[in-house]
Design a protein around this ligand. Structure first.
Ligand SMILES: [Zn+2]
Length: 215
């Protein structure tokens, strides 16, 4: 898991979701009440499996020479309250954060959004770092929602997945659709997709699309 989480940070850089050290990936260690997260303030090209940090689900450091990411409390809150989540990602990616700065959810006006998010990408509350407010805002917004990404107002994106790779994919797709819908807005009014069609697209993508695993 240390290697998986260390390597996935390169995807944040590759897809232009982060600057400096402002973004992080974490992954739950299967079968344990522990997760691996990025060390605080270490640049992306210096991340290795060895300098990843292991924390318990209260966000306490269990193993590692560095302090954990300053977003650790939010990641820990999500793992404590959403047992099916195996990966969490946080970024300040530009277009998604621009929607967050305006306090507006991204409306579902692209079939790719219906596929991946099953509807709009919702807006979470304004919350300050330092206690459980960010984690609570993420969980309250995403529990029972199809979307695997939330725009935290005035802040940025948190995404979740069954594993860290799925959470990174949600962060990448979130920025992609944030950008396209933003551009569409500049040109006019994007057309909504009927709820029935959103449901059909979501169902197909989640259940049929892609390579089947061998039986
Ligand atoms: Zn942040």
């Amino acid at each position: 898991m240390r290697k998986i989480v260390a390597d996935l940070h390169a995807e944040l850089v590759r897809y232009d979701l982060v600057v400096w050290t402002a973004g992080n990936v974490s992954g739950r260690i299967p079968g344990e009440d522990l997760f691996v997260i990025k060390p605080s303030g270490v640049s992306y090209d210096e991340l290795t499996p060895e300098n990843m940090v292991v924390c318990d689900l209260d966000g306490n450091l269990v193993e590692g020479e560095h302090a954990p990411s300053s977003d650790t409390a939010a990641h820990a809150y999500v793992y404590r309250n959403m047992p099916d989540v195996g990966g969490v990602v946080h970024t300040h990616s530009t277009y998604a954060s621009a929607w967050a700065a305006r306090g507006e959810p991204i409306p579902c006006v692209l079939t790719a959004m219906a596929d991946e998010f099953g509807g709009e990408i919702p807006l979470g509350p304004f919350a300050l770092i330092g206690d459980d407010s960010i984690g609570q805002g993420i969980v309250e917004t995403l529990k029972g929602h199809r979307s695997k990404a939330v725009l935290m107002q005035n802040h940025g994106v948190f995404s979740i997945g069954k594993d860290p790779k799925a959470a990174v994919k949600a962060a990448v797709m979130c920025e992609d659709v944030a950008r396209t819908v933003h551009v569409a807005r500049q040109l006019g009014t994007p057309l909504p997709i009927a709820q029935d069609d959103i449901d059909r697209l979501y169902d197909r993508y989640q259940n049929v699309y892609g390579q089947r695993s061998p039986r």
